[in-house]
Design a protein around this ligand. Structure first.
Ligand SMILES: NC(=O)c1ccc[n+]([C@@H]2O[C@H](COP(=O)([O-])OP(=O)(O)OC[C@H]3O[C@@H](n4cnc5c(N)ncnc54)[C@H](O)[C@@H]3O)[C@@H](O)[C@H]2O)c1
Length: 267
């Protein structure tokens, strides 16, 4: 069992499905938590659910560098250190065929999914370099958006591929300070962002979940804890030699190819 007692973990998108599940995992293993999210009410719900004084929250937009600087300064002042950062906040954005993809929407997705990642990783690295104790940073990419091709995903796909590039560059530049940077690439995960119809109602969501599960080699859809567990591993000392990696967490979803797709009889 990993032990994060005395360590401080900052999670962006900490009010969301994957962010809050990951927060719970770190919290159970002793970490102090700093959660940042645009949705202040969601942050309060997570904080009250965890019911502990090892949690601090910052409501704000992570694509604004002042918000991240404020959150990091507040975290260090409250807990005395910043050891782990999970840069997870993101949106799926709109889906349009490439030739009609609106520039404003593309800019919006890039701002939230990529600019905020740069801002967060850079600010975290500056604090970790200042403190001189190394650290671990995990970024959020995607299996469908950052490994595979998502139809109509010119915005989401561009940002999630870019996140792995940014992660590898950061990993290389920051290695000399003992700071490791890795990305996670979840496949379809059962959240309102991941499953169409989940916001609208249980029936629609259930049929989408079943359809996805059928098409994933492991015959199950990803759960938020599947992602949180890998993030915790990458942040732990057990992953001390893992740097610049992009970890697929997708049940083999991206192993599908022309030769072994769902209709091929190989499933
Ligand atoms: N669910 C999936 O299938 C899946 C698969 C691969 C990758 N991801 C990625 O995982 C991350 C989390 O997704 P989720 O499924 O938990 O979705 P979610 O919507 O439950 O969580 C995202 C959180 O990010 C927050 N957020 C959005 N924009 C923000 C901003 N500008 N500033 C601060 N906070 C902001 C939201 O308020 C929300 O709480 C996203 O980056 C997403 O792209 C999800």
């Amino acid at each position: 069992m990993q032990d994060f007692a005395g360590k401080t973990v900052l999670i962006t998108g900490g009010g969301g499905a994957i962010g809050s599940a990951t927060a719970r995992i770190f919290h159970e293993r002793g970490a102090n938590l700093a959660l940042v999210d645009l949705n202040g009410a969601a942050l309060e719900a997570v904080r009250s659910d965890l019911g502990s004084d090892r949690v601090t929250t910052f409501a704000g937009d992570v694509s604004d560098p002042d918000i991240i600087e404020h959150a990091i300064a507040g975290t260090v002042s409250r807990f005395g250190s910043l050891d782990v950062v999970f840069s997870n906040a993101g949106i799926s954005g709109e889906v349009h065929s490439f030739e009609t993809f609106p520039l404003d929407e593309w800019d919006h997705i890039v701002r939230i999914n990529l600019r905020s990642m740069f801002i967060t990783v850079k600010a975290a690295a500056r604090e970790m370099v200042r403190a001189g104790k190394g650290g671990a940073i995990v970024t959020m990419s995607s299996s469908m958006g950052g490994w595979d091709v998502l139809a109509g995903g010119a915005g989401y796909g561009a940002t999630k591929y870019a996140v792995t590039g940014l992660t590898k560059t950061a990993a290389f530049d920051l290695a000399k300070y003992g700071i490791r940077v890795n990305a996670v690439c979840p496949g379809v995960t059962e959240t309102t962002l991941g499953v169409p119809g989940m916001r609208e109602g249980a029936d629609q969501a259930q049929s989408a979940v079943q359809q996805f599960a059928k098409r994933i080699p492991l015959k199950r859809i990803g759960q938020v804890d599947d992602v949180g567990e890998v993030v915790a591993f990458l942040a732990s000392d057990a992953a001390r030699h893992v740097n610049g990696a992009a970890w697929l967490i997708d049940g083999g979803q991206t192993l599908q190819s022309f030769a072994n797709g769902p209709e091929s009889g190989e499933y």
